[in-house]
Ligand binder design. Structure first.
Ligand code: SAM
Ligand code: DTB
Length: 354
């Protein structure tokens, strides 16, 4: 008997997001729909592009923590803020590999690695390449976030086997100057351009709850949707307030507005993995259930984010089971018959390891 949460389904190969044009006003109109209409539209978009209950599990690790020269107002790792996070050396490849093995055994299909800093230096680049190679060899999808990249760095990461580069726009262009002064929105867009040029997939999203207006949330989503093509992966973070940062005491966002943001992202980027990202622990089961209904189909899975606690893995197992959601698995299948494509992805679903 298969486990009740197990089924197999093959998706169309390499569904590449198509170009779309989403003016801010149109995105804002979506935000302002009656809640049920918005969720209904989001469900329609979701079901047209993904099988029911297909949740991607990504596990996150901080390769190098703290000591960052940038002054992003939300961040625990900036040298400009007096937080409890201390700078630490880069993790050894062995420690990272062990964490990746564990993540895979626990059901994750993507391993996301973050390193603090404005941009990687050349000595560290070699280490990142080696780490990407060895994590990729485990059969996991790889994602790194290392800050701003030059063309040659993006190319090297691609050659090392990197799948995704995470580089968030974080907020609207009109709010960005209130959040960061050490780099510009254009810097972020430029890195995204280089990442695309190198042939990498993009993981790009933002944070809500940083004192922005609804229009500014619409501006962020419009920016993301108008990237051509839009990101394959869209993390929507809910601000995790960090003591000692300028945003520590910002008024909390209405959780239903977080749900709306997910729903709008799903409608305007229907083929993207929309990740209910940081801040999930604080949202509770009911709001998370609404986010899944709104089209979230990826979560960070594991007890830790970068410097803060994630929702507990055990609680996630219980929640996914309760909601009847299945998790995604990716297996590279080498073609054995002449005339078939070199390899293809087989998408299946399996219960989580306990
Ligand atoms: N240095 C890299 C860069 O420049 O992109 C990594 C930056 S940061 C660690 C990665 C992303 O995590 C940020 O862009 C932001 O969206 C998210 N993030 C960081 N701190 C957060 C917080 N306190 N609450 C919510 N999201 C956060
Ligand atoms: C993303 O959008 N969110 C992740 C990942 N990309 C690197 C990071 C969340 C960090 C939350 C705060 C912390 O743990 O320091």
């Amino acid at each position: 008997m298969p486990h009740p949460l197990t089924f197999h389904q093959t998706l169309p190969k390499a569904a590449m997001p198509t170009a779309s044009t989403w003016p801010v006003e149109d995105v804002l109109d979506l935000f302002e729909l009656p809640f049920n209409t918005l969720l209904f539209r989001a469900q329609e978009a979701h079901r047209a592009h993904f099988p029911e209950g297909d949740i991607e599990l990504s596990t996150l690790i901080s390769l190098k923590t703290g000591g960052c020269t940038e002054d992003c107002g939300y961040c625990s790792q900036s040298v400009h803020h007096d937080t409890s996070v201390r700078a630490s050396k880069m993790l050894s490849p062995e420690v990272v590999l062990e964490a990746a093995r564990k993540a895979k055994a626990n059901g994750a299909t993507r391993f996301c690695m973050g390193a603090s800093g404005r941009s990687p230096n050349d000595r560290d680049m070699e280490k990142y390449e080696a780490i990407v190679r060895s994590v990729k060899a485990l059969g996991l999808e790889t994602c790194v976030t290392l800050g701003m990249l030059r063309d040659d760095q993006a190319k090297r990461l691609k050659e090392a086997g990197l799948d995704y580069y995470n580089h968030n726009l974080d907020t609207s262009p009109t709010h960005y100057n209130h959040i960061t002064s050490t780099h510009s929105y254009q810097d972020r867009l430029d890195t995204l351009g280089r990442v695309r040029k190198a042939g990498l997939k993009i993981c790009c999203g933002g944070i809500v709850g940083m004192g922005e207006s609804r229009r500014q949330r619409a501006e962020l989503i419009s920016q993301l949707a108008n990237l051509n093509p839009y990101p394959e992966s869209v993390p929507i973070n809910h601000l995790v307030p960090i003591e000692g940062t300028p945003l520590a005491d910002v008024s909390p966002l209405d959780p239903l507005e977080f749900v709306r943001t997910i729903a709008v992202a799903r409608i305007v980027m229907p083929e993207a993995r929309v990740r209910m990202s940081a801040g999930r622990r604080e949202l509770g089961d009911t709001v998370q259930a609404l986010c899944f209904l709104a089209g979230a189909n990826s979560i960070f899975y594991g007890d830790k984010l970068l410097t803060t606690d994630n929702a507990e893995a055990e609680d996630d197992r219980v929640l996914l089971e309760k909601l009847g959601l299945k998790t995604r698995q990716v297996t590279e299948v080498k073609a054995r018959m002449p005339g078939l494509e070199d390899d293809h992805h087989e998408h299946s679903h399996a219960p989580l390891a306990g």
